[in-house]
Design a protein around this ligand. Structure first.
Ligand SMILES: *[C@@H]1O[C@H](CO)[C@@H](O)[C@H](O)[C@H]1NC(C)=O
Ligand SMILES: *[C@@H]1O[C@H](CO)[C@@H](O)[C@H](O)[C@H]1NC(C)=O
Ligand SMILES: *[C@@H]1O[C@H](CO)[C@@H](O)[C@H](O)[C@H]1NC(C)=O
Ligand SMILES: *[C@@H]1O[C@H](CO)[C@@H](O)[C@H](O)[C@H]1NC(C)=O
Length: 402
């Protein structure tokens, strides 16, 4: 057993911003929150305050006492879902909760399931799924539904029939929620009007495409890392893009042609159910810590500053990704644990995000902004079902033992 550690590279490229702040909605976060671009920074700060409030209340509660919480940044509010047993007045009267009462709402959960009940159901359903190994199915808790969600495609109902029947037999009152996505379209012409002519071909920005020579595999570049033992620079992406002995090339946004060789991908075992692909850097390309956001006139490059120190313990907050096909988009964090079965293997998921995504975006960086042009990496996109995106946590990649 050999341990391989990856470190995030700590070099920055600073870009001077010369554009005036205008009253417009160019940024993905502004569109998510439906505010002008110049209000993004205020809302990011507000979201951080709401995360603090969320944590204060949660530290006073055990899973049996409530049904989970969800941050609504644009409403400046954290919703706590309650069962009939939740002592709302006692919680509101706690000395550290009194000062933040104006940020809290308590709402009865629809199925009266406590967070403990939800987690037990989730564990049981996961165990059942691992027995049946269904295809293109994801399972996670949705606290706003107060239920477990099984996401899939209608086209896979038949191959997954035995699993679905068993779920319906074992899980009643309430039955889990089934959600279906539309099958992905792979029409490349879709975003071609977004070509940026000033692309420097040899500079890799995270979120750029990555493909093999005949382009039957297209994914996105996650981030630049370094093998701890050998100091070798590598590109982290999704192991789901791995093909035996293929060479991988840079495929910048809007480009259908490939010019720059990057390197080969190591064979990645999915033993730990962690999705990761490591590409060596052999070609004449330079990785950066920049996330591509070329659609934005003001912030075409987002700088990344390592990982956030916060736990992945908040729902409803913004979470964004950058990828070859749908570019930089943002959504709301919906669940912080899931299991995702693709056509072959099950994967552990740490971030379930309601976000526009596409199979060519797989491998791209997932991050949260702490300023309009600065972000903390939280992971890589590993898949999606319709507009539900699944991300692998950066910690499980950086400290991977294999
Ligand atoms: C709130 O707590 C204080 C003591 O900490 C107590 O005196 C008071 O009766 C409580 N109020 C309510 C509404 O529970
Ligand atoms: C709601 O759930 C709690 C346990 O979390 C239980 O004690 C209570 O009886 C339930 N109430 C109703 C109305 O079902
Ligand atoms: C989960 O499984 C355990 C043991 O198999 C069982 O006792 C429990 O009732 C199940 N709970 C739910 C909510 O399915
Ligand atoms: C990386 O390597 C250095 C020395 O080679 C060592 O001190 C450090 O603990 C290693 N980091 C991790 C995360 O293994």
């Amino acid at each position: 057993m050999r341990n391989i550690y990856f470190l995030i590279i700590l070099l920055f490229i600073f870009i001077l911003q010369k554009y005036p702040i205008i009253n417009a909605q160019h940024e993905a976060l502004a569109r998510l929150w439906n505010v002008p671009d110049n209000e993004i920074d205020d809302l990011i700060d507000r979201e951080l305050d709401l995360m603090d409030a969320d944590l204060i209340v949660k530290q006073n509660l055990v899973d049996e006492e409530y049904s989970g919480s969800y941050i609504r940044t644009t409403d400046n509010n954290v919703v706590f879902y309650t069962t009939t047993e939740t002592e709302v007045n006692e919680i509101r009267n706690l000395s550290d909760v009194i000062p933040i009462n104006h940020l809290l709402t308590f709402e009865r959960s629809v199925n009266n399931l406590s967070l403990f009940d939800l987690k037990t159901r989730y564990k049981n359903l996961t165990r059942l799924a691992l027995q049946y190994n269904p295809e293109l199915v994801a399972i996670f808790i949705d606290v706003t539904f107060n239920n477990i969600v099984i996401a899939s495609y209608h086209g896979f109902d038949e191959p997954n029939r035995e699993f679905i029947d068993e779920v319906n037999r074992q899980f009643v009152n309430p039955a889990p929620v089934f959600e279906y996505g539309n099958l992905p379209n792979t029409n490349e012409q879709h975003k071609l009007n977004a070509i940026n002519r000033r692309i420097i071909q040899t500079l890799i920005e995270n979120g750029d495409g990555l493909c093999n020579l005949n382009q039957d595999v297209t994914c996105s570049i996650g981030f630049w890392a370094r093998r701890n033992e050998t100091n070798e620079n590598v590109i982290v992406t999704s192991g789901r893009c791995y093909r035996f002995e293929q060479e991988y090339f840079l495929k910048p946004w809007g480009s259908l042609n490939i010019y720059n060789y990057i390197g080969r991908m190591s064979r990645i075992s999915s033993h730990h159910k962690t999705d990761v692909g490591i590409v060596s850097i052999e070609g004449n390309v330079r990785p950066t810590r920049i996330i591509r956001n070329t659609d934005s006139p003001m912030y075409p490059r987002i700088n990344t500053y390592g990982k956030t120190t916060r736990e992945n313990d908040y729902l409803g907050i913004h979470s964004c990704k950058s990828g070859y096909f749908t570019h930089l988009t943002c959504g709301y964090l919906r669940s912080n644990e899931a299991i995702y079965f693709d056509a072959i293997d099950p994967y552990k998921i740490s971030y379930v995000i309601n976000i526009e995504n596409h199979i060519y975006d797989i491998g791209g960086p997932v991050f949260t902004f702490f300023e309009s042009d600065k972000a903390h990496l939280t992971g890589i996109l590993t898949g999606g079902i319709g507009n539900i995106g699944f991300a692998t946590d950066i910690d499980s990649i950086l400290m991977r033992g294999d």
